[in-house]
Design a protein around this ligand. Structure first.
Ligand code: AMP
Length: 222
């Protein structure tokens, strides 16, 4: 099964993508995580994408598409996959469709909708574990010990693009460039809309339920 998780920054895609991938026993990838790994390793790609990411802008399509297609090309992905944070533009969605072709199209697009007020609240208080990426929130779900991950003891940090100015910019970019994908996938008949405002458990249940129901009928490209 090939699944895309679509939604604004702060909708909880990262957390839910892992749960959905576990439920389907397939791999998942976050394009944002791939970029952050490149930055940590200090690769040429990492240096190139840093300025875009820090100001909350999208990385150019060619670079992003090549990186995610390399990930999809791994033989392990033939069993299916969950994409988190990709596609984010129409050009990316079309490139993905082109690569997958008619035989292996995206089966379901899970769209998590959350209000702008809630997104801003979530993102500006977000803390992440540097080791295992577990997310926390300084008010809603703080770690037991300040600055330390409950799961692995790793250091918690705040992403540069979770600072208030960058958060505003990311939400604007989402409305402008990514939200049109909702209509694109809805027209193909494979979009399932989930209310992303509930608790992590409620949203996870709704997503898994939608997938068990078959999500939406898989559409083949015509
Ligand atoms: P995320 O972790 O998904 O919030 O992504 C963090 C940042 O990585 C974004 O603000 C963009 O700068 C960049 N990024 C991640 N995915 C994409 C994508 N599909 N297209 C362009 N830029 C992306």
């Amino acid at each position: 099964m090939r699944v895309v998780l679509l939604g604004p920054p702060g909708a909880g895609k990262g957390t839910q993508a892992q749960r959905v991938a576990d439920a389907l026993s397939v791999s998942r990838v976050s394009s944002g995580d791939l970029f952050r790994e490149h930055r940590e390793r200090g690769t040429e790609l990492g240096r190139l994408v840093g300025t875009y990411m820090d100001r909350g802008a999208l990385v150019p399509d060619e670079v992003t598409i090549d990186m995610v297609m390399d990930w999809i090309d791994d033989p392990d992905r033939r069993r299916g996959f969950v994409l988190d944070g990709f596609p984010r533009t129409l050009a990316q969605a079309k490139a993905l469709d082109g690569r997958l072709g008619r035989q292996e199209p995206i089966d379901t697009v899970l769209y998590m909708d959350v209000s702008v007020e809630e997104l801003t609240r979530r993102l500006t208080g977000r803390l992440l574990c540097r080791e295992c990426q577990t997310p926390y929130h300084e008010s809603f779900s703080p770690p037991s010990r300040e600055g330390e991950c409950d799961h692995c003891g790793g250091d918690l940090y705040r992403r540069t693009d979770d600072m208030p100015e960058a958060v505003g910019r990311r939400i604007e970019v989402y409305k402008d460039q990514t939200e049109p994908l909702v209509a694109y996938y809805r027209a193909r008949g494979n979009l399932v809309e989930i209310d992303g405002q509930g608790s992590m458990e409620q949203v996870a249940d709704a997503l898994i339920h939608a997938l068990r129901q078959g999500g939406a009928a898989p559409t083949r490209q015509s």
